[in-house]
Design a protein. Structure first.
Length: 612
């Protein structure tokens, strides 16, 4: 009996190239649902929609893939997962002669189709005779990053779209060091995907997945065994839990795993946000399943905290690689800490606990490092300067911090901590990626220590500002769905005062230096070349103002966002407790943001949508 893929299709859209793409899709795709989706669009003569879906395809980058699910080459579905895995498989076969024994590890979250996409991925590797570890249950993303190194695999793949809307999914790739891929791997994989578009004879067969190895129990045990052996304050605690903590998994996978991390740290159990702790791909209680969005995402957490008389809230995003923190203040209001504020606290705590541990006897301060991304607060640099350790900033994204940490460790260095302002934290280096499961326990441990010493989290934050200098950092974004608009905005900045002349001022604020990591230009360097690597595939310009403020404009790699980051810092040891002085300090940041938005972004003129 003939396959439905062999049936002749009457395509006459008036566009020969589109007709060919429709026929190609229907020849390749064996998923009834997505085939029907394309056929219905054809029947309804939705030719523009078909062009959008079939004439352009998803671009494989350093973040792998992340997109809306549905039929078409520019969406995530069975066929695009198969094509991507075929290309990635060929690249691994070229890169690792030992790939058959070294193998790959594959995990998935609780989103729609995640398990299905993981099975298709695993099936392709198994049909190639490659050792394949496939988790049998949902896991947090850090388990895959950890699993690559622990199992000594050549690569890892996590099916997740992290905190994106429910309609999305993703395909996140790790290299053999357990860090996310960086160039040139992305381009090489992309080229091999293009050369392996037609599904191989056995690529749709998932029966062979039964022969994959399930690493769930082993990884679970080893991951928490390592956490338990790391230095933590729990053994010396005297408070008998003066703190109460509420936890939300944001309808994702994190609850079970964060609960176990608390046990590993000898912390009392947290109180769950019942409505959000069971995995649910609908994300029914939040508009965006992203704890970074602030109070709107944490309403149920605050409600639960009031009911349970708790003063601290922790929340993972749906794949549990990021962590949000909030604390109730003495007046009853809630302070939702920014990623930069959490980074400051965990940076201080990482150094403090390191100095209390035996590791400090092995590593001199001159061999100790902390890292953050270049759009994050420079607070770790201030801590490093005062304490005599090392600090480095990297390009945006944990792929850069993970790989740099790996290089430093290979050189015999000790990396204590790394963070990015988008609430991503790497506490220690047994996972070379952000890890919200481990970070949740570390924050709980730190809060317990502070409580034993009569301090709140906010009290300690003020102490950090006093010792290392206050860092006022503001991060926000506009939504922009038009790539030409993005290009127009950044092109205007590069030709603001004439051809190839960047702006000398933003409103009334004079600009001292400009760094453009899209073109590689940096006016602060004698040769005008940026020290950090540049990439023409993304937009990113940083302005250093004469008043000491630093502002960065960049596009997101995974969402339709145009982000801005602004920071102003005072000198270490300078108290800003006098209200008027602090208000003037903060007002400088507010004024620069207003100037940045009005003069450079021009949201009304460019049709940008403000963050809610």
């Amino acid at each position: 009996m003939a396959s439905p893929n062999d049936q002749p299709i009457d395509c006459n859209t008036g566009d020969e190239m589109l007709d060919q793409k429709i026929k190609e899709w229907l020849r390749y795709d064996q998923n009834v649902k997505t085939r029907t989706e394309i056929l219905n669009l054809l029947q309804d003569k939705q030719y523009d929609e078909l062009k959008g879906r079939l004439m352009n395809r998803l671009s494989f980058g350093t973040a792998g893939l992340r997109a809306k699910m549905g039929a078409g080459y520019n969406r995530l579905n069975d066929l695009t997962i198969i094509q991507s895995t075929q290309g990635f498989c060929r690249y691994l076969q070229q890169s690792f002669p030992e790939i058959k024994e070294g193998g790959v590890v594959i995990g998935f979250d609780a989103r729609y189709n995640s398990h299905r996409f993981a099975q298709l991925t695993a099936g392709i590797f198994r049909h190639q005779g490659i050792r394949t570890y496939l988790f049998s249950k949902i896991v947090p993303t850090p388990f895959v990053a950890f699993g690559v190194r622990y199992l000594k695999c050549c690569a890892g793949i996590m099916i997740t779209a992290s905190h994106n809307p429910k309609e999305d999914n993703g395909y996140k790739v790790y290299w053999n060091n357990g860090a996310q891929i960086i160039p040139p791997h992305d381009v090489n994989i992309k080229n091999l995907i293009t050369n392996n578009m037609e599904p191989w004879a056995d690529s749709w067969d998932t029966e062979i997945v039964n022969s994959a190895i399930d690493p769930y129990d082993e990884i679970y045990q080893e991951y928490f065994s390592i956490i338990k052996k790391r230095f933590h304050y729990g053994a010396n605690a005297t408070s008998e839990s003066k703190i109460g903590i509420v936890y939300s998994a944001m309808h994702g996978v994190g609850c079970k795993f964060s609960k176990e991390s608390f046990r590993a740290f000898s912390l009392p159990d947290f109180h769950e946000v019942k409505e959000q702790c069971e995995p649910d791909p609908e994300f029914p209680t939040v508009k965006y399943p992203n704890p970074e969005e602030g109070r709107g995402a944490l309403e149920l957490s605050i409600k639960t905290a009031k009911e349970k008389n708790c003063t601290i809230i922790l929340a993972n995003d749906p794949d549990a690689d990021r962590l949000a923190v909030a604390e109730q203040q003495s007046d009853g209001t809630w302070k939702i800490l920014s990623g930069n504020e959490i980074g400051a606290l965990l940076g201080w705590w990482s150094y403090y606990t390191f100095k209390q541990s035996d590791h400090s006897k092995t590593f001199q301060d001159s061999n100790v490092y902390m890292l953050s991304s270049t759009v994050s607060s420079t607070i770790l640099g201030a801590i490093a300067l005062v304490e005599g350790i090392n600090f480095e900033d990297t390009l945006t994204g944990f792929k850069w911090m993970g790989n740099r940490s790996d290089q430093l460790m290979q050189d015999g260095k000790r990396v204590l901590f790394a963070f990015e302002e988008a609430i991503g934290f790497m506490c220690d280096t047994f996972v070379l990626d952000k890890d919200g499961v481990h970070a949740a326990a570390v924050v709980g441990d730190m809060a317990r220590y502070l409580a034993d010493n009569g301090l709140t989290i906010n009290d300690q934050l003020e102490r950090i500002w006093e010792r290392y200098g206050r860092h006022v950092a503001v991060t926000s974004y506009f939504l922009c769905y038009s790539q030409p608009t993005i290009e127009k905005i950044f092109s205007r900045l590069r030709n603001y005062d004439g051809d190839n002349k960047y702006p000398a001022a933003c409103g009334s604020f004079k600009i001292k230096y400009v760094r453009d990591l899209t073109t590689g230009y940096d006016s602060s360097q004698p040769d005008l070349k940026a020290l950090l690597p540049s990439s023409a595939s993304s937009q990113m310009i940083t302005f250093s103002f004469e008043n000491g403020c630093i502002a960065t404009l960049r596009t997101s790699g995974t969402e339709p966002k145009l982000k801005y980051y602004v920071e102003l810092k005072s000198q270490p040891g300078v108290k800003l407790v006098i209200i008027t002085r602090f208000n003037l300090f903060s007002k400088s940041v507010t004024d620069i943001i207003s100037a940045l938005v009005d003069n450079f972004l021009q949201p009304e003129l460019n049709g940008l949508i403000a963050r809610e």
